[in-house]
Design a protein around this ligand. Structure first.
Ligand code: SF4
Length: 637
């Protein structure tokens, strides 16, 4: 395979991709600057007092740049009042105007704030959802039309030293881009680069780029491709990272951490925003937790470079491992939970991980762990069917659904008793040798439990797996990571990134998180990571926007209501969007959409099509349920 992974400096030695420095007011982004943390207000931009108060809370929480929506000229003008008021109160944080569809508003905002964010999918294009066959010359004519509309903004930005973020969203690519590239990572990158070329012809380089999607896999692939394309040229612009419409609570945090963290692991990303359907100040601690992982990353234990390219980093393909018991190949990644610390190993322990005993029978929930690790505890407890148990090899007895765990040394002994079906063998990913590969190569009853002590552990484990692929060894891999020293918040962030980054590339067959948190927390986090990477769908997926000045209803409250009614609908994707202008595009691949259209009115979508309009907000959740029923996706709870 050709060497397509030159999207970062190194896949094994942590270092940040060197980008140009862009000044956004007093804050430098890219170059040698730290990774910046930013967020966006959710108030009405015309409500100066509320927007100023919210921006101050964001800054107090550690937000370094504040973005504010400017849907029309009047909001763009009001940015001046907001800026002045913040300054009077001692806050000179750089402001960013968020623009969709309104070049006029952008041109006003660019004279007031330090950065303007435009969306190339809608800066000059109105989406008609048309597929048009473009000849090269027709395509070029379209670009010229964009140029005419975009150049005035560039010239204002040059004069006022205002930066521009060319912010591409997977869900709002123009018809032109969709017709030529589809909604692919390449389409996203080209959408941004078309605007970059126009800037460069004007000798304007104060550019930051972003490639966002609600699906972390797409978001990661697009940013890798963007970095790779820029590395082929002389100008590598700073990259802003974020997962759009990530949602709320743990799910939103996990999705954001996976998308953003996977790229930061490889040194890509100069500024980040964690978009949550919550107050914007809640986003900042999450963003800081993500960034904190990289503050002292450069001094990690050395990992040898990877020589041969073995996967395509811009396309998802699951590694083809053996099937052993219910692990590997097309089986969903498995979840192992350590319950050996639970004192008695009882029904209550199993209930925490998805097996409820009621009326003399076991009820198995969608998020039920697949294996428990019991260490040296004897098998005197009848485990429910569907669950298997892992015991240390020294006490293991060959009974149904009990499997042994060996160290590599133990497993290498000739006279040791093994299972004919499934043996787990623990290996540290720094321990990579031909000798090990020879031992495991043709064993069709072996699953590797891959551990790491390296600070840059994901990269070390990835290298180990790449070497297995290179050597054509199809042994299934379970990733084990130890987070015993972390609180539940950092556990969520660290495990999402360490494990999510490997799932994004389809490299692993299961996960085993060690932590002092309860089995219930660990189980929930494990399934959350699998859901966010779409490796194993076990619950409803919510794609909800963070809301902004365009939103005319309480998005958090409505999201909570919808969640309460629908969270048992495994596999259904529901978009909850604050506005009609961006919502339908942004929710991209949702099955159903709940979109605000005006004060107190909602439209409902089936896929990308609006099917019910002008529904009163009070009736809208029930109307959504009816719509799901009509399409046969409803099940009773
Ligand atoms: S979809 Fe949500 S965050 Fe995006 S512009 Fe509309 S209301 Fe604002």
């Amino acid at each position: 395979m050709e060497n397509t992974y030159q999207y970062c400096n190194s896949l094994t030695k942590y270092s940040r991709l060197k980008t140009r420095e862009v000044k956004v007011g007093k804050v430098g982004i890219g170059g040698n600057n730290p990774i910046r943390v930013q967020s966006m207000t959710i108030t009405n931009t015309m409500d100066t007092e509320a927007t100023v108060a919210e921006a101050m809370r964001m800054v107090d929480a550690g937000c370094e740049l504040v973005r504010i929506t400017a849907p029309s000229i009047k909001e763009a003008h009001n940015l001046k009042n907001i800026k002045d008021e913040l300054y009077i109160r001692g806050y000179d944080v750089p402001l960013i105007a968020d623009i969709h569809f309104t070049p006029n508003a952008a041109e006003i905002a660019a004279q007031i704030v330090e950065k303007v964010r435009i969306n190339p999918g809608n800066y000059t294009d109105r989406k008609q959802f048309q597929v048009i066959e473009y000849t090269d010359s027709a395509y070029q004519e379209e670009i010229e039309r964009i140029r005419d509309r975009f150049v005035p903004l560039i010239r204002i930005c040059k004069r006022y030293k205002t930066a521009i973020r060319i912010g591409v969203n997977h869900g709002s690519l123009s018809d032109r881009i969709m017709s030529r590239y589809g909604d692919t990572p390449l389409g996203m990158v080209e959408s941004g680069l078309e605007f970059v070329r126009i800037c460069e012809r004007e000798k304007f380089y104060n550019i930051i780029l972003s490639m966002k999607a609600s699906n972390p896999v797409v978001m990661v692939q697009a940013n890798r491709l963007l970095a790779a394309k820029m590395m082929e040229t002389e100008k590598v612009y700073p990259i802003h990272l974020g997962v759009t419409e990530a949602g709320e609570g743990e799910d939103g945090r996990i999705k954001s951490a996976i998308g953003i963290g996977t790229l930061l692991e490889d040194g890509i990303g100069d500024t980040i925003r964690v978009s949550l359907t919550e107050k914007p100040e809640n986003e900042i601690p999450v963003a800081k937790s993500i960034v904190s992982r990289y503050l002292e990353r450069t001094n990690h234990n050395a990992i040898n470079e990877i020589g041969t390219q073995v996967i395509n980093p811009y396309e998802f393909k699951r590694r083809q491992s053996f099937v052993i018991n219910n692990i590997g190949r097309e089986n969903p990644p498995r979840v192992i939970i350590d319950i050996s610390r639970q004192s008695n190993f009882e029904v209550d322990d199993i209930a925490q991980i998805g097996y409820k005993y009621k009326n003399d029978k076991w009820n198995i929930l969608d998020q039920a762990a697949d294996y428990i690790y019991v260490s040296n505890k004897p098998n005197d407890f009848e485990i429910p069917s569907g669950l298997s148990s892992i015991q240390n090899a020294e006490i293991w007895k060959n009974e149904k659904n009990y499997y042994p765990l060996f160290s590599l040394e133990e497993y290498s002994k000739n006279n040791i008793k093994k299972s004919n079906v499934l043996n787990f063998v623990t290996v540290d990913s720094s321990n990579l040798s031909d000798e090990i590969f020879d031992k495991i190569k043709n064993d069709s009853a072996l699953v590797l439990i891959l551990e790491t002590e390296n600070k840059h552990g994901m990269a070390e484990q990835r290298r180990f797996i790449f070497k297995l692929i290179e050597a054509d060894i199809a042994v299934p891999i379970i990733i084990k990571r130890n987070y015993s020293r972390l609180d539940s918040n950092q556990l969520l962030i660290d495990s999402s990134i360490d494990i999510g980054a490997l799932l994004i590339d389809g490299l692993i067959d299961g996960i085993w998180l060690e932590s002092n948190q309860s089995p219930k927390t660990i189980n929930k986090t494990s399934f959350g990571i699998l859901q966010a990477t779409r490796s194993r769908i076990t619950k409803t997926e919510y794609i909800s926007c963070p809301s902004c000045g365009r939103t005319q209803f309480d998005l958090q409250e409505v999201t909570a209501k919808i969640r309460k009614e629908t969270e048992h609908l495994k596999g259904v994707k529901i978009g909850i969007m604050g506005c009609i202008v961006n919502g339908p595009g942004e929710m991209a691949d949702a099955d159903y959409g709940y979109v605000g259209t005006g004060k107190g009115t909602i439209a409902l979508y089936k896929g990308q099509n609006v099917v019910k309009k002008n529904i009163a907000e009070n009736d809208a959740v029930h109307a959504l349920i009816d719509l799901i029923k009509e399409h046969g996706d409803w099940v009773e709870n």
